[in-house]
Design a protein around this ligand. Structure first.
Ligand code: GLP
Length: 253
């Protein structure tokens, strides 16, 4: 369930190959999609491979993990704009099958419940992609989130707002609220791939490794999932014990 790769590019190749293989086997697959810097090389690699193989993506359904509250889909920093930019505009998706939470929904709580219900009706994700926050959050499920939480509106921690301020013009511009799939929707996926790359993720990856499942580190919940894999590059693995870093079973080509 844990693999160390030489770098972010090799993880991107592996994940995009997995995606292609899944979609070829099941063209109507349901994908759980993530945003953030970590996913950019993954989507770039996927788009290149999909084009090369003329992959039919028109029957795919997708559900994004989260969206900021208060940003409309056209806002350049919204996750909706991120998805269009990095993935959706490059291939022939059926736009009606691509789902993102609506950060401007008039009744955010009702919208969150509908989003969760829609995912259920579509049969849950066959494959869920995840990044991880520097504090261990998945989606926007911050440390301390109960494991029975569902899709809902959440307040972002100062740490998360600071981490994500690199995508905005300063910390003050980062929204304070978001809609996120909960731990329940994430864990309902049949398969999960979490990716952590770069030195900044090394401390939380080491914490994940050292700890049992705990709400204080949300992504430890993946240790309970029968088909979850955590893929890290050497930089993100740099604070793991040498016995793990140099173990042949932890290494992936
Ligand atoms: C955001 C997103 C998460 C993402 C995390 C890591 O807060 N809500 O879904 O995994 O950031 O982002 P990055 O890949 O940019 O480090």
């Amino acid at each position: 369930m844990f693999s160390i790769f030489p770098d972010a590019a090799s993880i991107a190749e592996c994940v995009s190959a997995t995606l292609i293989e899944k979609i070829e086997r099941k063209p109507e697959a349901v994908l759980g999609l993530a945003t953030g810097g970590t996913m950019e090389p993954v989507y770039a690699s996927f788009v290149a491979r999909a084009r090369e193989r003329r992959l039919d993506v028109s029957r795919l359904t997708s559900f994004n993990l989260d969206e900021y509250v208060g940003l409309d889909g056209e806002h350049p920093k919204s996750y909706s704009a991120y998805m269009r930019h990095h993935l959706f505009r490059h291939l022939r998706f059926d736009r009606s099958r691509l789902h993102l939470p609506d950060g401007l929904a008039p009744d955010l709580e009702a919208h969150s419940r509908e989003y969760s219900d829609r995912l259920r009706q579509c049969g849950d994700a066959d494959l869920q992609l995840l990044g991880v926050g520097g504090n261990g959050h998945i989606g926007f499920n911050e440390p301390g989130t109960p494991f029975d939480s569902r899709c809902r509106v959440v307040e972002l921690s100062e740490r998360t707002r600071l981490d994500n301020s690199r995508f905005f013009e300063g910390n003050a511009m980062v929204p304070t609220l978001a809609i996120t799939m909960g731990m329940v929707e994430i864990m309902q996926a049949r398969e999960i791939l979490l990716i952590a790359t770069g030195e900044a993720k090394a401390p939380i990856v080491a914490e994940w490794y050292r700890n049992e499942v705990t709400q204080a580190i949300p992504f430890t919940i993946l240790k309970r999932h029968p088909r979850a894999r955590v893929l890290v590059d050497e930089a993100a693995a740099s604070l793991l014990p040498d016995s793990v870093r140099y173990s042949p079973t932890a290494l992936s080509a």
